[in-house]
Design a binder for this molecule. Structure first.
Ligand code: PMP
Ligand code: GLN
Length: 378
């Protein structure tokens, strides 16, 4: 049987989570909260699981699209038309897939920055597109070199995929980055797929630099969001895509063939829950405390704590400890110390020689302290 994805393996998240389970290890690998969503949200779901159990409208139930638009107005000061610019999908993964597939023609180039979230490259290839990888450097804080991006643009460039706050490094864009990016795409017909699933997890008082905030960027962007990260419900697989009408209409043509529509009772529960800003405004502080708690345990150890300005990931450089490849070390630490992590090299087309592991700190404080305690002994 000829495989269409011969080079594709099981994702690193599945592999490491399974290994953690097999080894009885503390699982700081796959990014998901180690605690439940609020009881209020559980109650809403229970309430809406009566009488709301048939297909939702293809684009999402109007109540949820209105709530997303209202939240976008409240948080970013941006007015979106809930009917023509907001689509509810089954997780940001679907949003990324549909965004790329609705606009990339065979042979089109799509630029992405490594380390890149694992889904980007395969999604582009499945669409017949050609991924063009630009490598970000740990020594430069994984910041984008805008001049290098400008050089990589060709007449075949159809789209650029961006991600802030960034998985796996936790780097974030500053507002000036939006201007620099806009200067590059201005006057072209390049589209942007902006992965903003960690929009509400930004530390040290910084503001999330959404492409929505820049008219030059917004008019050409698919903004992919996920409720999983913000409300501790990664298992709900609920997300959305925000895009101008001319892009949304194409996006929906894809969405209707991928899932058609997303789970109805979940949409109604979220429509109510989103109305309360307190449900997302405190998230940065909540996770910043966890970041600080985890990072503090490595003081005086041979691990080097890299900056994490957003997301719920902390990267640690272990070059002062061993020369082992990160893939090997992640497995060994899961087996020996019973702490699972993600090797960062898997997010590159051509991995650099960095020695970095990613740890998810969306866990209870006890678990973070215990995991760090075990690691710091190395
Ligand atoms: N993009 C990034 C950067 C992510 O980290 C994740 C998942 N953790 C996704 C997309 C996918 O989100 P979802 O689970 O809503 O499909
Ligand atoms: N986004 C999560 C992470 O980075 C994993 C999601 C998945 O397993 N597909 O760990």
């Amino acid at each position: 049987f000829p495989s269409k994805q011969a080079h594709v393996q099981t994702t690193i998240f599945t592999k490491m989570s399974q290994l953690a389970l097999d080894e009885g290890a503390l699982n700081l690998s796959q990014g998901f909260p180690g605690f439940d969503c609020s009881e209020e949200l559980q109650e809403l779901l229970k309430f809406y699981s009566k009488g709301h159990n048939q297909y939702a409208p293809m684009a999402g139930v109007p109540a949820l699209r209105n709530s997303i638009a209202a939240k976008t107005r409240a948080f970013y000061g941006i007015d979106l038309d809930a009917n023509s610019e907001v689509t509810v999908v089954s997780g940001a993964t679907e949003a990324l897939f549909a965004a790329i597939h609705c606009c990339v023609f065979p042979g089109d180039e799509v630029i992405m920055f490594d380390p890149a979230y694992d889904a980007y490259d395969p999604i582009v290839r499945l669409a017949g597109g050609v991924p063009v990888h630009i490598q970000l450097k740990a020594s430069e804080g994984f910041r984008i070199d805008w001049a290098e991006l400008a050089r990589k643009i060709s007449p075949k460039t159809r789209a650029i995929m961006v991600n802030t706050p960034h998985n796996p490094t936790g780097s974030v864009w500053a507002m000036e980055d939006l201007d620099a990016f806009a200067e590059i795409v201005k006057g072209t017909n390049i589209l942007i797929v902006s992965d903003e699933v960690y929009e509400h997890i930004v530390f040290d008082g910084a503001q999330h630099a959404s492409v929505l905030l820049h008219p030059e960027l917004r008019k050409r962007s698919f903004v992919c969001g996920s409720f999983g990260k913000t409300y501790h419900i990664t298992g709900w697989k609920m997300g959305y895509c925000l895009a101008p009408e001319y892009l949304t209409s194409e996006f929906r043509k894809l969405h209707q063939w991928v899932t058609f529509s997303s789970a109805t009772p979940l949409q109604y529960a979220l429509a109510d829950y989103l109305k309360e800003p307190a449900h997302y405004l405190g998230l940065s502080d909540f996770y910043q405390k966890k970041r600080d708690l985890f990072a503090a345990q490595f003081a005086g150890s041979r691990w080097k704590v890299l900056p994490s300005a957003g997301s719920f990931f902390q990267c640690l450089d272990y070059s002062g400890i061993t020369d082992e490849a990160d893939v090997d070390l992640a497995v060994r630490l899961t087996k020996e110390l019973k702490v699972a992590s993600i090797p960062v090299s898997v997010f590159y087309e051509t991995p650099p020689t960095d020695r970095i592991l990613r740890f998810c700190f969306a866990k209870n404080d006890d678990m973070l302290q215990e995991a760090a305690h075990r690691l710091a002994q190395l």
